[in-house]
Design a binder for this molecule. Sequence first.
Ligand code: ZN
Length: 275
Amino acid sequence: MPELPEVEVTRITLAERLCGGQVTSARLGKPLRWPLGCAPQRLAGLRIGEMARRGKYLWLPLSGTQDAGGLLMHLGMSGSLNLADAPLPPGAHDHFELVTTRGTLRLTDPRRFGAIVWSDAIDADPAARLLARLGPEPFDPALTPLSFHRALKARRTPIKAALLSGELVVGAGNIYVSEALFRAGIDPRARSDAVSKPRAEKLLAALRQTLSRAIALGGSTLRDFRDAHGMSGAFQDEALVYGREGQPCQRCGGTVRRIVQAQRSTYFCTGCQRR
Ligand code: ZN
């Protein structure tokens, strides 16, 4: 599943190339998770603004003399966006296509949990409704150690589950949470409301480092967008605990353990991580 780093890498790669271009036409394939919400013909002639990201959503602003809005995009479980100058004919899994003066932007999504939805503005429905539940962005300066600690204090679940909920911070997927908890020395079973302020601060820094590293790896290893899912693989190669059950901990030599929390695998080291 594309996580926040993959989506951010998608944005970095596409934003500059598309910005300033113009839509020539749009084409739909099989139904996606949600309908487009407008006739594809409406998009023709609109100017493309700078692509933005919120959580795992991408926002492509579009404007014309009479019409303005944009496309809110989500890659779902298996989606990827590709921009090509001379694309091949659409394949069986290509379900949205935006032909522009900067190339053809195509959503390939075999499982079709992804979506591309027209909204009159990012802060108008349906975009506003879809984005309303998202927690703060991990790199937003408004997310401070103090506000993060307060949010942890308000939850009585294990810290791992609190982070995975996406309510405290968006984009902290399973692999990134496991790695950040290891780097911060916090046992994933520790209760969220029992984490002290200094440890919360360490955890927030570890989350930011982990996500930055994953974005950097994606940016350096991804050439073809269809390989977007290989990115977590590149990060996984340097994971300290994730996927390393039974192997020696690289920090203390103890054994990395795996447990299941909320139906997700958690990897950690009891020697290095305290409740
Ligand atoms: Zn250890």
